[in-house]
Design a protein around this ligand. Structure first.
Ligand code: ATP
Length: 137
């Protein structure tokens, strides 16, 4: 089995969708390994989104994710990286199928409620970035 990093973004927290995200992953059968609420400092977001540095949406993206507390989580289970991404839906909620988190609750890419690691290497990198080793052991 594998682990992934899932984050409820500030809009998801403000809209009261933390429970919904937790409920869906729990009901699917995944194991919650770690969870914390954090108002992410700028340096953490710069590391998290380093692949987007220089893009047009980079500054608005960091302002958005830094606009309030987020809920960071680690989930474990068979194929949780791929299945977790499916449960989130497409990056653009307009293209997300109903039944996905973004397809049920989102409208625009710039406020798309949740984040999920998109590969094994990203999952490892993001879990190491957001959690101390003793928090995920
Ligand atoms: P996430 O990393 O949040 O799970 P993703 O992997 O589906 O999203 P990425 O392409 O990695 O999508 O983009 C990261 C985030 O940057 C998106 O979730 C979205 O919040 C924001 N973003 C991406 N593209 C745009 C865009 N064109 N305009 C505004 N925001 C964008």
């Amino acid at each position: 089995s594998e682990r992934t990093f899932i984050m409820v973004k500030p809009d998801g927290v403000q809209r009261g969708l933390v429970g919904e995200v937790l409920r869906r992953f729990e009901q699917r059968g995944y194991k919650l390994v770690a969870l914390k609420m954090i108002h992410p400092p700028r340096a953490l977001l710069e590391s998290h989104y380093e692949e987007h540095k220089g893009k047009k949406f980079y500054d608005p993206l960091l302002a958005y994710i830094g606009s309030g507390p987020v809920v960071a989580m680690v989930w474990e289970g068979l194929n949780v990286i791929t299945v977790g991404r499916k449960m989130l839906g497409a990056t653009d909620p307009a293209k997300s199928d109903p039944g996905t988190l973004r397809g049920d609750y989102g409208i625009v890419t710039g406020r798309n409620i949740v984040h999920g690691s998109d590969s094994e290497s990203a999952a490892k990198r993001e879990i190491d970035l957001w959690f101390r080793p003793d928090e995920v052991s």
